[in-house]
Design a protein around this ligand. Structure first.
Ligand SMILES: [Zn+2]
Length: 138
């Protein structure tokens, strides 16, 4: 009789703990996959928005970016080097982390799709902010 409370409570709380753990791991996996997509295609996105001459990582990256051209406009994501271009990357990845770990029930597939889509969505906002503040499209 005196154990009833413990028996009644503990399985439920351990089940919640377990599914919480699964949820966290799913979030971590989704986040890792989404961040990987961003890392691989970040430079392609830069090229698409700024038309700066950047190409995919595996075919020359920023070798032909307009930052190497004297005069003329300079791609605002490549202009200040790799370290500075990590800032827009980190902003995008932060949004993806928010989607991946959002404490709200969501199907894993949908969450993954949302986290991946956050890349071009957040990326577009950040890129436009960079472009405008740098006067890139004057
Ligand atoms: Zn570029």
């Amino acid at each position: 009789m005196k154990n009833e409370g413990i028996v009644g409570v503990s399985p439920r709380s351990s089940a919640a703990g377990f599914s919480g753990l699964i949820q966290r791991w799913t979030g971590a996996l989704i986040f890792a996959a989404a961040a990987l997509v961003t890392s691989v295609f970040f430079i392609d996105f830069c090229a698409a928005v700024f038309r700066c001459g950047c190409v995919s990582l595996w075919s020359g990256a920023d070798a032909h970016c307009n930052i190497h051209m004297a005069g003329g406009r300079q791609c605002p994501w490549c202009e200040y080097g790799l370290l500075a271009s990590a800032i827009p990357w980190a902003l995008i990845v932060a949004v993806q982390a928010g989607v991946s770990f959002w404490p709200r029930p969501m199907r894993a597939g949908l969450r993954l799709a949302s986290a991946v889509v956050a890349f071009p969505a957040a990326g577009a906002v950040i890129a436009v902010a960079y472009g405008i503040s740098e006067g890139y499209w004057k």
